[in-house]
Design a protein around this ligand. Structure first.
Ligand SMILES: Nc1nc2c(c(=O)[nH]1)N[C@H]1C(S)=C(S)[C@@H](COP(=O)(O)OP(=O)(O)OC[C@H]3O[C@@H](n4cnc5c(=O)[nH]c(N)nc54)[C@H](O)[C@@H]3O)O[C@H]1N2
Ligand SMILES: Nc1nc2c(c(=O)[nH]1)N[C@H]1C(S)=C(S)[C@@H](COP(=O)(O)OP(=O)(O)OC[C@H]3O[C@@H](n4cnc5c(=O)[nH]c(N)nc54)[C@H](O)[C@@H]3O)O[C@H]1N2
Ligand SMILES: [Mo]
Length: 765
């Protein structure tokens, strides 16, 4: 019998049918398989948490009441035609009364792997045919990079990611890897669109076998694969820019920086030099100055500077670095540091961004431009920077700054969300609760009763990838997978495509939406278009039938060695960077001209709005990174995510001294709190974290309950605590990693976790 496979953002799996149902096993040629898939089948079969039929919020259906959206309201189940008539009716009403701009369908989120059934692509294709929508720009992952890099390097973040020095080259040439924010196997489990083989850890191991040394610069020790026992510089959270300035100053003081490189390949060195030395503001950014800010001894900073300047050094930053107040500065200073060392363009030296943040960063691949579902053109040009959603909903008509423009928030009447969970991803969730009650109608398609589904007026049950066939292609991967259907759809769940095709009928655009193709025809069309792209890149492809029978295809390993900025370094005048000055912009004239109060024309240390540098002694810095056992909130209801919970709560890590000072022991329940809200978790005591920090991963399904007057997420979602502010008026990215909390032992009863209970659903009003 042919082997059958499926694929996810966390890996590729072989499917076996057993009397107890389907079993998924990571493919045997994956060197570092992820265990996230262990909870995939059970979460997908869980009738307790799945949305089984179209459901309408009772109070909304009865009286269009939007105030009850966040209050455990009950739902009425309806048939598909009734639900779709309601959706079409609302879209038509809002479109006629307020224009398409009043439909917010930024719909940010990771949805599922699989090229055809990509929820957002299907939604955009449909909405573009009926007049468009207000969309969102950039990502929660790296908005500061997406806005900053085009100014200072002339390259978009994705162009830069595509040029990033590959990990194999690092494994062969790098002597010293200075990893700001680490490089973690935890996050390298994931790649958007699907992973065929996890390679990050393999290449790092090779590098260490050869003798590469790594230094993990992070508040958390475990951010770098432990078996390679790297040195750990546990700096104070959010102070990397200061540490980098301290290193830069030390080089400058000792004449160790590469002046020739700075003049030839960079713009603005003398002006930055005046800032660095203090000639400009009277404050030398020397090691002693930096030490006070980042809480690393001045000698250690000087020693680090010395080692970096005497080795082939890769300065690598994780994406998480810029998910912080003034996150632009850390990136800009990281690149400036690499420029001062003058190793940019050499194999093994220079600058890297995002190694390990997902597995495909630095992966050698053929970069075949696999096709996607065509989305058409959005006739509406209204957008927001993605993390400004609550501001938009709360303040229609208000002006704000973004990337040198003064913009105005649109007046949103209807929110349409597919394939994302804002009640996972947004900051300051009680503020979002308030904002979420402003629009007239909220519509979502979701397989599960997530917090977002519970807060929608119309919930349409969509299938999971296990319930449909699809094609996994990813230009940054070398594997393609025919995703076989693993199980029948639960309840009345339908594919997002089928839902939109039926809606399109109600707008007389069904032919334009489907182009007369069935789902199978579409997937075959993607294959045929993909075949052309592959052939153009020199690859012979099997027939579609053979590919499906085989289940997977692995392209020959790519030999494409990449070194960031190598063309520019080889020929700075013939191949200048597409920046205003043609060079790397340490001083960036376009940003300087914006005259922003919170982002100057060169990298600058700016104190974060919340940090332990000037906080009350009991305050801890909350680090809410990505969860090891799931993808964001996906599969949180499954058995594997449960392995990282105690009595159903998430686990937070704190230092033994911090725990002792608060009378907390391993396994105790604790409450994290600030002015925005509170959150319960179980304590894990470890000396692998700074004593002024606490780590609580994201992903717990949001479960706020009012306890003694404070909204408390009893399940452990850190976003009830995080701050909803932009990185700066340049990028307006989220600053999830900038948050202070107090922590105490939880002495009271443990309230019941209701996150995995479906709302009350009845069959009539
Ligand atoms: N505090 C804090 N917050 C953060 C971060 C952080 O570091 N700290 N990180 C941020 C980052 S980088 C990101 S990318 C975001 C991630 O935030 P999201 O991408 O919103 O999180 P997911 O849980 O992946 O949400 C995807 C949703 O789509 C649903 N879904 C899956 N497949 C389908 C499908 O086929 N059809 C439909 N209709 N729905 C489907 C899933 O059930 C799930 O509810 O979170 C951000 N939030
Ligand atoms: N298992 C799993 N993997 C994932 C995801 C997931 O949900 N689960 N999500 C994926 C997504 S969408 C994204 S965008 C990436 C994100 O990938 P990253 O952004 O790399 O992941 P994070 O966990 O947010 O942050 C990485 C580390 O940065 C450190 N850090 C935080 N603040 C600071 C600081 O101020 N200075 C320094 N030096 N270090 C700091 C933290 O200790 C943290 O562990 O991960 C992807 N990978
Ligand atoms: Mo992300």
């Amino acid at each position: 019998m042919n082997r059958r496979y499926t694929s996810a953002h966390w890996g590729t799996y072989e499917i076996t049918d057993t009397p107890d149902g389907p079993v998924l096993k990571s493919v045997s040629d994956d060197p570092s398989p992820s265990s996230i898939g262990n909870g995939w089948v059970d979460a997908s079969r869980d009738t307790r948490t799945r949305v089984l039929k179209p459901a309408i919020r009772k109070s909304w259906l009865a009286s269009r009441d939007r105030g009850k959206r966040c209050s455990n309201d009950s739902f009425v189940e309806v048939d598909w035609d009734t639900a779709l008539d309601l959706v079409a009716g609302e879209l038509k009403r809002v479109r006629a009364d307020h224009g398409n701009e009043a439909i917010y369908a930024g719909s940010y989120g990771w949805a599922s792997a699989g090229r055809f059934h990509h929820a957002q692509s299907q939604m955009r294709r449909f909405l573009n045919l009926i007049g468009g929508y207000t969309y969102s720009r950039e990502t929660y992952s790296h908005a500061a990079a997406e806005v900053l890099f085009p100014h200072i390097t002339g390259l978009t973040n994705s162009q830069l990611q595509a040029q990033m020095t590959d990990l194999q080259t690092i494994s062969e040439h790098t002597e010293l890897l200075v990893a700001f924010g680490g490089i973690s196997g935890r996050t390298a489990q994931i790649a958007s669109s699907g992973v065929a083989r996890h390679e990050t850890e393999h290449w790092l191991s090779k590098a260490h076998e050869r003798g590469m040394k790594a230094i993990n610069v992070s508040p958390i020790k475990g951010d770098y694969a432990a078996e390679n026992a790297p040195e750990w510089i546990p700096l104070r959270p959010n102070t990397d820019t200061a540490l980098m300035l301290g290193i830069a100053h030390e080089w400058h003081r000792r004449g160790l920086h590469n002046e020739a490189f700075l003049h030839r390949f960079c713009n603005g060195w003398p002006k930055f030099e005046a800032y660095l030395t203090g000639a400009k503001d009277g404050q030398p950014k020397d090691a002693a100055w930096a030490a006070k800010i980042c809480d690393i001894a001045p000698e250690a900073i000087r020693e680090l500077a010395c080692r970096m300047s005497t080795h082939t050094t890769m300065i690598a930053l994780t994406w998480g670095m810029q998910r912080a107040d003034h996150g632009e500065q850390t990136l800009w200073m990281g690149l400036t540091l690499a420029a001062m060392l003058g190793q940019i363009g050499t194999p093994g030296g220079g600058f890297g961004f995002g190694y390990g943040s997902t597995d495909v960063v630095g992966k050698r691949s053929h970069r075949i431009p696999w096709p996607a579902v065509p989305q058409g053109q959005n006739p509406v040009d209204s957008f927001i920077p993605v993390a400004r959603i609550a501001d938009m909903l709360l303040h229609p008509g208000q002006q704000y700054q973004y990337n040198g423009e003064t913009r105005t928030y649109p007046d949103t009447r209807l929110v349409y969300w597919v394939g994302g969970n804002p009640y996972h991803h947004h900051q300051d969730l009680m503020r979002l609760e308030h904002a979420w009650c402003q629009p007239e109608t909220v519509i979502t398609h979701e397989p599960w009763w997530t917090a977002t589904a519970k807060r929608a007026d119309i919930v349409l049950p969509s299938t999971t990838p296990l319930e449909r066939c699809d094609l996994m292609t990813n230009g940054r991967e070398n594997g393609l997978v025919w995703m076989s259907k693993v199980m029948a759809p639960l309840g009345e769940a339908r594919d997002d495509h089928a839902i939109f095709a039926d809606l399109a009928k109600r707008f007389d655009v069904q032919d334009a939406f489907t182009e007369g193709r069935s789902t199978d025809d579409w997937i075959e069309w993607l294959w045929t278009e993909g075949e052309k792209a592959a052939k153009a890149s020199g690859h012979d492809m099997p027939t579609f039938e053979d590919f499906k029978a085989e289940g997977r295809l692995t392209l020959p390993a790519s030999v494409d060695r990449r070194i960031l900025f190598s063309d520019f370094i080889a020929d700075p005048t013939g191949a200048p960077l597409p920046t205003e000055t043609g060079k790397i912009e340490i001083v960036c004239p376009p940003i300087a001209r914006m005259g922003l109060p919170d982002c100057a024309g060169h990298p600058t240390w700016i104190t974060p709005t919340e940090w332990t540098g000037n906080a009350a002694p009991q305050d801890l810095h909350l680090i809410s990174g990505q969860p090891g056992t799931k993808l964001h909130s996906q599969l949180d209801s499954g058995s594997h995510a449960a392995t990282r919970k105690r009595k159903g709560r998430e686990i937070a890590t704190l230092h033994p001294d911090t725990a002792a000072a608060r009378g907390i022991e391993e396994g105790d329940f604790i409450c994290l709190k600030n002015a925005r809200g509170a959150c319960l978790a179980s304590a894990e005591v470890s000396d692998g974290i700074r004593s002024d920090a606490i780590a609580l991963a994201t992903g717990a399904w949001f479960d706020p309950q009012l306890i003694n007057g404070t909204w408390t997420c009893v399940h452990g979602n850190p976003n009830i605590l995080t701050l909803d502010k932009g990185t700066s008026s340049l990028a307006q990215g989220n600053i999830a990693h900038t948050t202070l909390v107090t922590v105490e032992k939880w002495e009271g009863e443990l309230p019941e976790v209701k996150a995995f209970e479906a709302p009350e659903v009845t069959s009539n009003l």
